[in-house]
Design a protein around this ligand. Sequence first.
Ligand code: IMP
Ligand code: MG
Length: 186
Amino acid sequence: MVESYQELLDEILIDEETLQARIKELGQEVSADYEGKELLMICILRGGVLFLTDLMRELTIPHAIDFMAVSSYGAGARTSSGEVRITLDLTTSITGRNVLLVEDIIDSGNTIASVLELLRTRHPKSLRVCTLLDKAVRREADVPIDYRGFKIPDKFVFGYGLDLDEYYRNLPFIGVVKPEKYLDPS
Ligand code: IMP
Ligand code: MG
């Protein structure tokens, strides 16, 4: 049996109203910046899905979306190493296009750094990063963040796309996992 989220929740870090208000602001920023340009938003599965779909609804400009999935080598589900492997590639070409990578959280930055490196080899016209959450204190790779929802402390969070062992992505808020429930699998 999977525990109910209440048993894992230490505190709500960002409530639904605060999340949605910030996403609205980000949507306005992105809309203004890409006005008159062709935009392709790429979401890295699976954590960024809720953020992507809410952000899309705040955009006032035409845009396309695509998805990719990656897995990191030699790491548990809660940390990532330097190297990533593509497990699901894009179905569209990004060459000559304005690409915005939409991510749930940037932690060490290793995942996004590898993805950026790979996407650059395909020669997009522009390549920017939009992340809902930024765990800046844990950064290892130097990642340029163009749009940031919230800076958060070094705590393991779940909800709103983010999972704890693949569950609880549906929660409408970002919650902190009780430290005793968060045991590193490695
Ligand atoms: P990075 O390569 O260390 O930046 O890791 C990014 C990925 O790690 C995210 O896309 C998440 O899947 C996962 N991750 C990092 N921190 C958390 C967290 O606090 N909760 C849930 N997933 C996390
Ligand atoms: Mg994950």
